[in-house]
Every structure is written in C-alpha cells, then in structure tokens.
Design a protein around this ligand. Structure first.
Ligand code: AMP
Length: 576
C-alpha cells in the first residue's frame, strides 16, 4: 500500500524547519504574538485590559498585567463549570488539564486545546529528529512506563485529566508516534489501566516478552523508570514464572488487562531461563536495563530539575547506556526542545521554538530587583548568556503573561533562540525569617549528606522537607527514606551535614543566633514515598507525571500525616 506523504516522518524536514524558525526567532515571536492576539483579542479577558485590537508587543506589555495561576483561576473555573467557554480564548476550551500541583497538595486546572496538542507534537518531532541523528534507532519497540490517569467530566461537562493523559489519548498523537517512533510494548489496556501497580507490573512483563526488540526505555519523568526497576527487584521472580508458564500472575485482577495480556503471553521456558541467568550474573543490579533489553540504544525521560536526585540510581540500572534528557514543558504548555541530545542530563539545555507561544523573561539578577521592585521582563531574543530568569508564557490556550514559576538560566543560543537550562521552581521552599532556600538548595544539601552513606552502601531513596513552626524558634525538617538501616551515629552526622550544607547567608546567621532552631532529620520507613505517590494517584494525578513534593506545605495534611505516621527515627543537628 502506498504510504501517504503526511504519514511519513521526515526528520531532515523537521530539523530544517526548526533551524529556519530559530534563525528568525525575533520575527517569529512578533508574528506569534500577533496571531494569538488576533485570535483572542475579543475575549472578555483581553478586552478588560483595553488592547482594542492592537497586537504589537509594546501595547501588549503596556496593557496586559503579569499574572499567576490564582489570578486566572476564576476564569478557568467558569470555563470548567461551563459558564463561559470563551472568556480566555476565541475558540471554546473543551478540555482541562490537571497540573501536578504537588507542593500545595491539590492539582491546578489549566486550559488545554488543539493548539497545545499541536505544539506537543512539534516539540516531540523536533527533539526526536535531532536525537535520532545522534542515536538512530532501528525497527523495534519502546518500553515506556507511561500511565493514563483517571479522566473525569467537570461540572460543565468538559473532559479533565492530566496533560499527559490528554496527550496519550489523542488520536493524532498516537498516529504521529506510530510514524515516528518505535511503538510502545504495552497495549492500551495496560497504559490506561485503573490500577497503577498492575499497569507497572504488566509494562515490565511486556518489556520482557519483547526483550530483543526493545530499542528505547522511557517514561515522562526519570522517577518512573527508577521506580519501575526498584519494583522489578521485588517482583522479578514472579515475572519470570509468568513467562515460563505462559500464565499471568493472580496479582493482575483487572479483566481488560488480563484479556490483553493473555494475547501476548505464551509459555516460553527458554526466555524465562535466559532472563533468570542474566539476572543471576548481575552484581547489585548494576547494568540491569542493558542486560534485560540488549538492543536498547538509550534511556529517555525528563531527568533535569527535581528528577536529578534519581540520576545516580538510574545510571546504576542503565550500566553503559546513555541517558537522554527529554524536553521541557508543563501542563500550561511547552517551553523548549532538547536539540543537543549528547549533553548529559546535568547540563542539558532546551531550545525554545519561537512559534509555540510568546515568551518573556524576568531577569533575576539581584541588582536589578531592588526594594521589592521586580526588573522589567525582556523578550526571547534579548536574554543574556549566563543570566537567570523567571519565565512568562503567553500561549494559544488562554494564558497571557503567565508566571510559570520556573527559573531558567541561558546557556547559549541555537541560532537566535535561547538554549535554557532548567534551574528550579522560583518559589522558596524553605524559609522561616531571612533565610531563603530553593528546591535546588535542598537537593544540594541532601546530596552532600547522602555522600556519608556511600561507605555503608546505602542510599537515600527519596526525600522531602517542611518548615516546622510549632516550636519556637521554627526549624527545618528533612525527611529521608533510606535503603537500609544505618547506625544512629552515622545518621546524626548526616543530620549535622544537612544543617551545615544550607549555606545562604540568612540561614547561617539565623542558625548562629538561634532564630532558627536545629535542623531535624526524620527517617521514614521503607515504602513511605510509595504511599505518597499512591495518595497523589488517588487524587487523579498520573503516575507518569508524578514529582515528589520537595517541601510539604502546612495545608497538605494527608502527606504530612503519611510522613508523621511512618517516621521511625529523628535526629536534631548539633552542628551549631
Ligand atoms: P506539571 O504542571 O505537572 O506538568 O509540571 C510542570 C513543571 O515540571 C514545570 O513547570 C517544571 O517545573 C517541571 N518540568 C517540566 N519539564 C521539565 C524539565 N525538562 N526539566 C526540569 N523540570 C521540568
């Protein structure tokens, strides 16, 4: 049968398109803003700011204010309730995405539409084209640890689900994946199964059944890959038995999953023996992924930002396989594609396609932000190398000058569009008085203290934190789940090291004069972070999109309770 032109994926054409867009980023940005304002200028929201049909960037910045999610929430709620589907966009919004909202403990609603779907496809195609040039993959399959979340209807009858679910369910997206990439090993019944644990088990089983064909192992976020292989360590014997006997474990109870898996499973003692012997040959699971899936070319997923703490474990499972960092985006929309796939995750950058939205950048240099006055945002092509910025997004889905909340650093330019490195969320995680610590600061402190466990062959499985103001003075609490049971002395040392590793001047001086109390390290039982994941999945979050909250806010009662019920030991720093 003749292949239709549109069904063919032409990587060179995709690369050429990105090169051309990025060469002319300034003009494309102006054009994109004009299009967004042409399409949506008549909406209640934009009319309110008196643009009166103007579509140039000066008028836009003069009239339309910088906003946060809470400013737009009443509009989005009215859309969700079915009261005014066009208050933010010219065309009615018909789908809502749920962002992870992990810190506050409840997901945020954001509009989703065809234009966001299109930019998702553009980003996927672009990064795939560049990736495939460096790491070509042959015909085969992808072992993807992806999970749809529950979709539900809002009061106004709109479909609502996490952005990843909205994307995975989209027919056009599925078609593109087929033309461009190796298809997923697992059937849809597994991806969209109602029980995350059962889906994970079956993803692993499907991967093993197609072990020789697997070319790529991936997930949205690196956390899911690490979680999958930690689970593999627990259940591998059962998986091998399933393959040997050709029958599915009784732990899988969802009838459509059982039916779909029955079509794939048949007794295969040879395969079972091979897997068994591969695993027996491993030392401490090093190189597991490479051994299990010998044709794999690389491991792929978001590995930057809050995923960095999982890299060490992922490298251990990966052996010699390269780790390739996936693109940068959010439920609100995409920001950048990774077009330099050879960079390691620690230095990965994201190049902004200038046609997917209109982007502004608030400089964060301290001398520019004085007396509570924030510096003026600059345009996409006006950012400076090595400077840090907060991103503002204006897109085709009803967000105008919207604070995404992320801090990025400009590392260079791809033609004339910037290459951004993700730094952290802008909001401070830990602050009591004059101290200021971000997610990155916490991550660095945990990394430093976790080094002390290496000699005992132990690791921090996951971590989070909170500010405890119930005692005077307030203090930081860091929660750790550890892979084993170290001695008290060692944990006391870790606690002191954590305390000493927060080096911002505000924290140091407050600790010295005791306006911040001794840092507390609380050890939680094994499986605690699993329970936190289950809690979010129960709320409708997709396991694929899960990010461990690195700070648990005072209103996040359920997570606080999971942490306190599971705390087993506690140490107070004696560092100061
Ligand atoms: P969500 O709204 O649940 O989709 O989460 C979006 C947030 O995840 C972004 O605002 C970032 O903070 C983070 N994120 C997404 N992609 C990346 C990436 N490639 N690197 C680091 N953080 C990311």
């Amino acid at each position: 049968m003749l292949e239709k032109m549109e069904d063919r994926f032409d990587p060179e054409a995709v690369i050429e398109e990105f090169e051309s867009l990025s060469r002319d980023a300034g003009r494309v940005q102006r054009e994109t803003l004009r299009k967004i304002l042409d399409e949506n200028g008549g909406t209640e929201y934009l009319q309110r700011w008196g643009l009166n049909g103007r579509t140039d960037s000066h008028s836009f910045k003069d009239c339309v204010p910088i906003v946060s999610h809470s400013d737009l929430e009443p509009y989005i709620q009215r859309i969700a309730d079915g009261n005014s589907p066009c208050c933010l966009t010219g065309k009615p919004i018909t789908t809502i995405s749920l962002s992870s909202g992990t810190t506050q403990g409840k997901p945020k609603l954001v509009p989703f539409n065809d234009e966001l779907m299109e930019s998702t496809m553009q980003i996927c195609k672009t990064s795939f084209a560049y990736r495939n040039r460096e790491y070509p993959i042959g015909n085969g399959k992808a072992l993807q640890f992806i999970y749809g979340s529950k979709q539900f209807k809002t009061k106004g009858g709109l479909a609502a689900g996490t952005a990843t679910t909205n994307v995975y369910r989209n027919a056009q997206f599925k078609k593109m994946m087929r033309t461009m990439q190796t298809p997923c090993c697992s059937p849809d019944e597994v991806i969209f199964g109602p029980d995350f644990h059962q889906s994970l088990y079956c993803h692993l089983l499907c991967g093993l059944i197609f072990r020789d064909e697997v070319q790529v192992v991936s997930s949205s976020f690196a956390h899911s890959i690490v979680h999958a292989f930690r689970t593999f360590e627990q259940v591998w014997e059962e998986l091998v038995t399933d393959i040997h006997e050709g029958t599915l474990s009784s732990r899988i109870t969802v009838p459509p999953i059982r039916a779909a898996m029955a079509k794939l499973l048949e007794p295969d003692p040879d395969l079972a023996d091979t897997i068994y012997s591969k695993i027996s040959g491993l030392s401490n699971w090093y190189g597991l992924i490479q051994e299990l899936f010998p044709s794999t070319k690389y491991i792929y997923g978001i590995m930057t930002g809050s995923m960095e703490p999982y890299l060490k474990k992922l490298r251990h499972y990966a052996g010699e396989l390269p780790l390739l960092s996936a693109d940068y985006g959010s439920s609100e929309g995409w920001i950048g594609a990774n077009v330099n796939p050879k960079l390691t995750p620690e230095v990965a950058t994201f190049s902004v396609p200038p046609n997917i939205g209109y982007f502004e950048f608030i400089p964060l240099r301290e001398d520019l932000n004085s007396q509570g006055q924030e510096a003026k945002p600059v345009g996409l092509t006006d950012v400076k190398i090595d400077e840090e910025y907060e991103i503002l997004v204006t897109n085709f889905a009803g967000l105008y000058r919207y604070r995404l909340g992320d801090v990025v650093k400009v590392k260079g330019f791809h033609n004339s569009t910037p290459e951004l490195q993700f730094i952290c969320r802008r909001n401070l995680l830990l602050t009591i008085n004059i101290d200021k610590n971000t997610e990155k600061d916490l991550q660095l402190a945990v990394e430093a203290a976790a080094q002390l466990l290496v000699g005992e062959k132990l690791e921090v499985v996951d971590f989070t934190s909170r500010v405890d103001l119930t005692m005077e003075p307030g203090h930081y609490v860091v929660f750790w789940e550890i892979s084993g049971d170290p001695e008290d002395e060692l944990l006391q040392e870790c606690c002191n090291c954590l305390d000493r590793s927060f080096v911002d001047a505000g924290y140091l001086s407050s600790r010295k004069v005791r306006t911040i109390g001794a840092l507390e390290l609380r050890i939680v039982r094994k499986g605690t972070f699993h329970k936190i994941l289950d809690h979010y999945v129960g709320l409708g979050a997709a396991a694929s999109q899960f990010k461990t909250p690195r700070c648990v806010g005072p209103t996040n009662n359920t997570v606080l309770q999971i942490l306190s019920v599971n705390a087993s030991r506690s140490y107070f720093s004696t560092a100061y």
